[in-house]
Design a protein. Structure first.
Length: 71
């Protein structure tokens, strides 16, 4: 089984959030507002300055449409 480094996983998550947000023509402020997260906290998440809790991750994933399951 391939081993995963937690730092790489979190870094890739931040990169994915940025890429999907930009593809949807959303600003950090738009995403922060829609997820009820402060703009500064959203910036810190995207810049890997803070750890993101599961609840926050779920809210971001929902807004970005990453939580949609295929039927």
């Amino acid at each position: 089984m391939k081993s995963f480094d937690l730092y790489d996983l979190l870094s890739n998550t931040s990169t994915t959030i940025i890429q999907v947000r930009q593809a949807k023509d959303m600003t950090q402020r738009n995403l922060a507002d829609e997820t009820d997260i402060s703009y500064s906290h959203m910036s810190d998440i995207e810049n890997d300055k803070v750890d993101m809790g599961l609840n926050v991750f779920k809210r971001i994933a929902n807004v970005l449409g990453l939580a949609d399951r295929p039927e």
